[in-house]
Design a binder for this molecule. Structure first.
Ligand code: 5GP
Ligand code: MN
Length: 334
């Protein structure tokens, strides 16, 4: 997606050499981490630890409460104030370097080498070595291939984390990004002892009551465009405060309006604590690429799922983004 030519990807062997030849690592993922972000950190982190490496797992926003069930998640730390003495920093599932957050970047500032492993097509390859595979439905699936190809250990924490990473980023193995390789990988993880019933129940049947209250509040703000192509809803400060919401409580709820028959574009506007507006977009039609729309406002992501953080107020962000979506719908001839 970037205008400048993308540097070539490193090979698994080149990545393997960096992993083998160094002893200390910090693994970082993006702000407001999701299952693929935390799952990728645990997956690679525990594989490296099992190989005898010293590993720290850092996230700007720490571990969200909906992922506390994940084995190994207690290793996820907030960024320490002082930079860590580590040789290698590894960015996981992070479309742009600033998405790691200032404190996390400061914590990794002494690293001599940066690896960038991701599946966002908008990733500008900001690492010294990059492994960007936008055909992969999740960073967790790239890590599965990497760990397997390099013969790294696959402890139970890594095995389960890879499953959660891929399951959450594919909407439970449903999105068109899901491939035969994804299902083969899941089968192999089950062969290696993954308890599929338990992990799905922990991931999907385990919501705090306030999340369902949030659904009710969001439904009261639902809007559908006259032609039925665009559905949007919004979360205001007042609702966040009244329901004592945590950032992760809204994760995945956009799928409810994405699922409306006839809707091709779903949009979620949210007032953030810092005054910025978070915009989440989903497309069901390949002809309308929401990553391109997000890039117009400094965001990014994938063709069918992308996001933006922009300046408020919410009314202005909404008017701008809905107008851009309308332009793209017309250009695509929908
Ligand atoms: P979500 O809507 O679930 O937050 O994000 C959808 C996809 O877009 C994710 O892959 C996420 O990493 C990406 N994304 C979300 N917000 C932003 C943003 O502000 N900047 C960039 N570059 N990517 C984003
Ligand atoms: Mn991801």
């Amino acid at each position: 997606m970037s205008e400048s030519p993308t540097p070539e990807n490193a090979s698994f062997d080149q990545i393997g050499e960096v992993l083998r030849n160094h002893q200390s690592f910090v693994l970082i993922s993006h702000v407001r981490p999701d299952g693929d972000a935390i799952g990728s950190q645990i997956a690679l982190g525990f594989a490296l630890m099992a190989a005898g490496k010293s590993v720290r797992l850092i996230n700007e926003d720490g571990l969200p409460d909906n992922l506390e069930f994940m084995a190994g998640s207690d290793k996820i730390e907030l960024p320490p104030a002082e930079p860590l003495d580590v040789e290698v920093a590894i960015a996981l599932d992070t479309a742009a370097k600033p998405r790691m957050g200032e404190k996390a970047l400061h914590a990794a500032s002494k690293a001599k080498i940066w690896l960038n492993i991701d599946h966002h097509k908008s990733n500008p390859s900001y690492g010294d070595l990059n492994l960007i595979d936008s055909s992969s439905p999740a960073t967790g699936q790239i890590l599965y291939q990497l760990i397997t190809a390099l013969g790294l250990p696959m402890p139970a924490e890594s095995r389960d984390a890879i499953y959660v990473a891929v399951s959450t980023d594919t909407g439970s193995f449903q999105y068109p990004s899901t491939t035969a390789a994804t299902y083969r990988m899941a089968a192999e993880l089950i062969d290696h002892g993954l308890d599929v019933g338990k992990i799905n129940s922990d991931t999907y049947d385990n919501h705090p009551y306030r999340r369902v209250e949030l659904m009710r509040a969001l439904l009261n703000t639902l809007e559908l465009s006259a032609d039925g192509l665009v559905a949007n809803w919004e979360l205001r400060d007042k609702t966040r405060i009244d329901l004592a919401l945590l950032p992760e409580d809204s994760e995945g709820l956009i799928d409810i309006i994405r699922a409306i028959r006839g809707v091709q574009l779903a949009v979620f506007f949210e007032e953030l604590v810092d005054g910025k507006i978070r915009v989440s977009m989903r497309s069901k039609d390949k002809r309308v690429d929401v990553c391109k729309i997000a890039l117009e406002f400094g965001g990014g992501g994938h063709s069918l799922a992308a996001g933006i953080r922009m300046t408020g107020p919410l009314e202005d962000a909404k008017a701008l983004v809905l107008a851009a979506i309308r332009r793209h719908i017309e250009a695509a001839g929908l």
